[in-house]
Design a protein around this ligand. Sequence first.
Ligand code: PSU
Ligand code: MN
Length: 302
Amino acid sequence: MPETTVVLSEEVREAVAAGRPVVALESTIIAHGLPRPRNLAVAQELEALVRSAGAVPATIAVLDGIARIGLDTRQLERVAGDTGVRKLGHRDLAPAIALGTSGATTVSATAFLAARSGIRVFATGGLGGVHREWATTQDESADLRLLAQTGITVVCAGVKSILDVPATLQRLETLGVGVLGYGTEHFPGFYLSSSGEPVDWTVRTPHEVAAVMRAREALGGPRSALVVANPVPEDEQLDPALHDRVLALALDECRERGIVGQGVTPFLLEYLMRYTDGASLEANLAAVRGNVTLAARIAAVR
Ligand code: PSU
Ligand code: MN
């Protein structure tokens, strides 16, 4: 009986079966992280970038209760355009499937579905992590726990700078998630090229990343993720002073409005977009483009 819970597109299924390079892409950034209608153009552009770097893109989402690994044109349009598309973390997958819901997948849900489908490399913008108000809200993204138990390579521009970055790096260490700085000795800062925090390991080529992946396999573990932290180019980063100023206002507003749970990250990203006059959006996109291209190059190493 063919599986109808998780369905790979024909192109992705054939590529995975043949061992050809595939890059998983998440859909929450499309549905809840970027403004319409630009989000659709970006989603298409990211897929094209993966292709031109020699890999097959597998954008992941749940549509009408079916987890789709690789979307066709119409399915991608739905994720970008349908305002009823929910935000699904890993724990939301089962209810969404059981109830026939449509939703975009976060890093946690995407990494889980990608690994389950035999995909080894995944690209996103910035990971979720420990929020700055953690001591009172206990808000830590489910991304971290899931990455602790999923052996996938994730290319990102660090963790979102709206978070408590040092605390998130501590959690990644505790959870045994590997972190490599790509061409940098500092952990990137999502909108910013550097968060100011050091990284323990620096790699400089896709071959070096692939060598680390092979060493992990040879060791038979760890069964946790490998984070490849790829900074946004300095000339495309958000002005750090503007970033700090607007982020402080965003965090105040979020607290005053009592926004909690899944709403926090989209609220903060949208606030930054608005009050930096779109500059944060351009930095976010530059980061994601770089990550997607690097992920494809890593996946294509033979
Ligand atoms: N990267 C971006 N924009 C985003 C996200 C990542 O450039 O919107 C999404 C990812 O899907 C990530 C999610 O998993 O934000 C984290 O949400 P939360 O903090 O609620 O776990
Ligand atoms: Mn959260």
